[in-house]
Design a protein around this ligand. Structure first.
Ligand SMILES: *[C@@H]1O[C@H](CO)[C@@H](O)[C@H](O)[C@H]1NC(C)=O
Ligand SMILES: *[C@@H]1O[C@H](CO)[C@@H](O)[C@H](O)[C@H]1NC(C)=O
Ligand SMILES: *[C@@H]1O[C@H](CO)[C@@H](O)[C@H](O)[C@H]1NC(C)=O
Ligand SMILES: *[C@@H]1O[C@H](CO)[C@@H](O)[C@H](O)[C@H]1NC(C)=O
Length: 288
């Protein structure tokens, strides 16, 4: 071999050795964790062609890597790991390997792969917006928000766990509220799911929204998604709330009836008086 050609040959050998092994199957890209209420899904791109597939290997930091049957030689680009990440406080990483399709074999022993970022379910799963029921006491001194703790994707002994089951006393709710006709906002934090507000102006309409608040987390992950806003009624509307339509119709009917009776009595008395005066004249004439 001529000495001048050696660099070119070396280059070709180098090119083939690097591009055959990892060039055989495309590497996964954009490997991302998506997680809400402990429903945790690993996603990546691109969709595989018919001649390769993806396998996911995951491990808690410092432990053996595992696979889950539904994410082996799969042709999709998602892997649901909700029930596989059993240690909620651990940091997990996952590798997405590009492998031959299901049933096919390959001479290769090492497959190209891409690693995910680290992910800790307890510290990083997003919390969805809670539902709540708004109750104003009859005397209007107390407004109570009954918050329903959102359900998680986790089960224990056949029961679906909610976020209170997981976070227990680390879970708080943050209420943001304002007077309906004002933009000035106030906040109230509660450690329990039944939230009582007693320092509101009475008979005024307020608007409330609620979100989960986990102060033990890093600041950017403390707040859950905000609920829909609900407003209390002001006084004018609450008359209709306190008495049903039937009662109001009945009351109006009763008042009309009462007026009718009074008019009837008045007319009756008037007729009697004029009749009495008439007969009185006759009497006086007779006397004269
Ligand atoms: C996969 O199939 C495409 C066309 O279907 C082909 O161009 C490509 O070389 C194949 N790759 C492998 C690794 O077989
Ligand atoms: C949580 O929600 C935010 C905002 O929608 C999003 O940017 C982030 O990727 C989500 N995190 C996870 C782990 O799903
Ligand atoms: C990865 O994400 C980037 C930015 O969102 C995007 O431009 C790129 O197309 C994605 N890669 C694939 C393979 O889809
Ligand atoms: C509160 O404001 C909303 C609109 O912001 C309005 O639809 C609603 O009727 C108001 N409620 C009361 C009781 O004023």
């Amino acid at each position: 071999m001529e000495i001048e050609r050696l660099p070119a040959v070396l280059f070709i050998v180098f090119f083939l050795s690097t591009h055959w092994a990892s060039g055989s199957y495309p590497r996964a890209q954009n490997v991302t964790w998506k997680s809400t209420n402990f429903k945790t899904i690993l996603t990546w791109e691109p969709k595989p062609s018919a001649n390769y597939s993806y396998t996911v290997e995951f491990s808690a930091v410092g432990r053996d890597s595992e696979r889950t049957p539904h994410c082996i030689r799969s042709s999709t680009t998602v892997c649901d790991l909700s029930s596989s990440l059993t240690d909620l406080n651990a940091y997990y990483t996952a590798d997405v390997l590009s492998e031959p399709p299901m049933g096919a074999s390959s001479d290769l022993t090492e497959f190209p792969y891409t690693s995910s970022p680290r992910f800790c379910p307890y510290k990083e799963t997003n919390i969805s917006s809670p539902d709540f029921k708004l109750v104003v006491s009859k005397d209007k001194k107390k407004t109570t928000l009954h918050v329903t703790d959102p359900l998680t994707a986790l089960f224990k002994d056949g029961r679906q766990l909610n976020i209170r089951d997981i976070f227990s006393d680390q879970l708080q709710y943050k209420v943001t509220y304002r007077k309906n006709k004002s933009t000035g906002k106030k906040e109230h934090k509660s450690k329990i799911s039944v939230i009582e507000l007693t320092d509101l102006d009475q008979g005024v309409s307020y608007c409330f929204s609620v979100q989960a608040f986990i102060p033990s987390r890093s600041i950017d992950k403390q707040l859950g998604e905000m609920s829909q806003t609900q407003c209390s009624n002001d006084d004018n509307q609450s008359i209709f709330e306190m008495y049903s339509v039937g009662v109001i119709v009945g009351a109006i009917f009763f008042i009309l009836l009462l007026i009718g009776i009074i008019i009837a009595i008045a007319v009756f008395c008037y007729r009697r008086r004029t009749a009495a005066q008439g007969s009185g004249k006759e009497v006086s004439r007779q006397v004269i």
